[in-house]
Write a protein that binds this ligand. Structure first.
Ligand code: ISE
Length: 324
């Protein structure tokens, strides 16, 4: 049986999720679309029902599960509406635009007593990151001591404001570092470069590992994400993700995409396929609402530290048993 998916929001990510659902996801079909911009919704729908508001999409009996890809500030309330309707959700990161709102979502899911939410931290599905985790978990590197992350965007979109390099971009490293290391972050130190960027963030984990991250959202040359995990017996890092090596003008080089969609194409595809399978069986995969809350809570405290003394002792509440 094919399950009907509704997509809320048809910007860069919503349009990509709709495309993946239409062309690359066996067992599911794009059944409905909502976007505040009706023309954009219609352009992405190609045959799927265009709803006039997100509430009617969530309530519709054509819709079995929902992908939320609308602006960050709408994620928490829409996710709560899906929980109230008892429908599974793949919510783009971040889960909410504040830690309090993210915790409200967690509490709604705990109140329901079963997991319906997956947060779109898609790096967990990227083949390179997965291989790093496999090698580390197999013990091939010895004890992990350091994780170096680099997160560069060619340029920040117009709607990016103040702390979004942390709350919208750095949240990826918070999530993927917790996932790779299987550790919790306990403290953070953040510094900004000249004019406010790049940001350099150093976190310590509950196992004393160091996690360093450069976040540079206006790095000009292209979209570039890198990580190296350092263990006592060896290191492992992502190989260049370039599809080509271009030789001209007496030089040769790799290429970088303009944004994250081509770089993480395979991760987005696998994320959708695994989510659809999980929806069918009632299993949970990927980042949970709890993971989404922790990422947003750390991001908020790092953003406060940036505006203050640069240092934070990270705090978040105890994990409810639903997420064990
Ligand atoms: C964007 O929303 C993403 O998720 C990208 O992966 C990230 O690199 C970018 O900075 C975010 O704005």
């Amino acid at each position: 049986m094919s399950i009907g998916i509704g997509v809320i929001g048809t910007g860069v990510m919503g349009a990509e999720h709709a495309r993946i659902l239409r062309h690359e996801t066996p067992g599911a079909h794009l059944a409905g679309i909502f976007d505040a911009d009706v023309a954009r919704a219609q352009a992405v729908a190609s045959g799927a029902t265009v709803f006039s508001n997100p509430q009617s999409l969530i309530a519709s009996d054509q819709i079995d599960a929902i992908v939320i890809a609308s602006p960050d500030s709408t994620h928490a309330s829409l996710t709560r509406a899906c929980i109230a309707a008892g429908k599974p959700v793949l919510c783009e990161k971040p889960l909410a635009s504040s830690a309090a709102d993210a915790l409200d979502v967690v509490q709604a899911e705990v109140g329901l007593g079963r997991r319906l939410i997956q947060v779109g931290y898609m790096r967990r599905f990227d083949p390179g990151y997965r291989e790093i985790k496999r090698v580390k978990d197999a013990g091939h590197l010895g004890r992990a001591v350091l994780l170096h992350n680099v997160h560069r965007n060619a340029r920040a979109p117009d709607w990016f404001n103040g702390p979004m390099a942390i709350t919208n971009s750095f949240v990826h490293e918070i999530d993927v570092s917790r996932w790779l290391l299987g550790s919790e972050m306990v403290s953070a130190h953040v510094e900004a470069g000249p004019g406010g960027e790049p940001l350099m963030i150093m976190m310590k984990t509950d196992k004393d590992e160091i996690v360093s991250t450069e976040v540079f959202v206006n790095a000009s040359y292209g979209y570039h994400v890198h990580v190296e995990l350092v263990g006592r017996q060896g290191t492992i890092s992502l190989a260049p993700a370039s599809l080509t090596l271009l030789n001209r003008d007496r030089a040769g080089g790799l290429s970088y995409p303009n944004n994250w969609v081509p770089r993480f194409e395979e991760a987005y595809r696998r994320q959708m396929a695994d989510w659809v399978s999980a929806v069918k069986t009632g299993a949970s995969v990927g980042a949970s609402a709890w993971d989404g809350y922790v990422a947003s809570a750390i991001a908020e405290q790092v953003a406060e530290a940036l505006a203050g003394g640069g240092v934070a002792t990270l705090k978040y509440g105890p994990r409810p048993p639903l997420y064990d």
